[in-house]
Design a protein around this ligand. Structure first.
Ligand code: DC
Length: 216
């Protein structure tokens, strides 16, 4: 039996991976999981309960109690939520607690698109299609800045660039960091691309992977 056609879309904050992942999901008519949302939910729910982001046991409990129905709150999309997510994501027991929900999604028989940091390496290492989407920190900061302004957040470009650099260091700064390109992932640098060009490039990469998968 062939494994489900899972498309793993990894990469740093604001690289465009979320947009690319949702367009791929629409193109292939498969469900999508934004795994960053799980970490965002854990961080925000922990803060709402008066918890401390460095409290591993408390963060792990929130992660264990998390269900898919709890993921719709727009509060998870804010700048603070991204920061809180990145802080709880460094705790290994939190990552372990969130693993099963993600792997269950990857086992869906009809296939899926999952975006995150460690989908191609840890969550779905057998995924037939893997992309690692990146862009320069300045370009990513510009994109995230515009997105947050459109959401009505009072932010400056400089603050967002500082956030991005701090997040890169936290998400990818250690030997055991989740943010790492899988050996068999295709690198897609979107710095010089419009979102349409990036989506087209992603489609071509996935088409090639799909042709290989169909022959397997
Ligand atoms: O993709 P995002 O900005 O929504 O992710 C928020 C944070 O969650 C990110 O800084 C690191 C963490 N994260 C992770 O560690 N592993 C994932 N698969 C997804 C997100």
């Amino acid at each position: 039996m062939r494994e489900p056609f899972v498309i793993a879309v990894d990469g740093p904050a604001a690289s465009g991976k979320g947009t690319i992942a949702s367009r791929l999901a629409a193109a292939y008519d498969v469900p999508m999981l934004d795994s960053g949302l799980l970490y965002r939910a854990v961080g925000v729910l922990l803060l709402h309960r008066g918890g401390d982001l460095d409290d591993v046991a408390a963060a792990t409990q929130v992660a264990r109690d998390l269900t898919a129905e709890m993921l719709t709150d727009p509060a998870f999309r804010t700048r603070e939520a991204g920061e809180a997510a990145s802080r709880v994501a460094v705790h290994t027991p939190v990552r372990e607690a969130l693993r099963e929900m993600q792997q269950a999604f990857a086992r869906r028989p009809g296939g899926a698109v999952i975006d995150g940091r460690d989908i191609g390496t840890v969550i779905a290492p057998e995924a037939p299609a893997k992309l690692y989407v990146t862009a320069s920190p300045q370009i990513r900061a510009e994109r995230r800045f515009k997105q947050l302004v459109a959401q009505g957040e009072p932010v400056t470009y400089e603050d967002i660039l500082a956030d991005i650099l701090k997040r890169d260091a936290r998400d990818g700064g250690r030997a055991d960091s989740p943010m790492r390109q899988a050996d068999d992932a295709v690198l897609l640098d979107t710095s010089e691309m419009t979102i349409e060009q990036a989506t087209d490039a992603a489609r071509r990469i996935v088409e090639a992977a799909r042709a290989r998968w169909e022959r397997s």
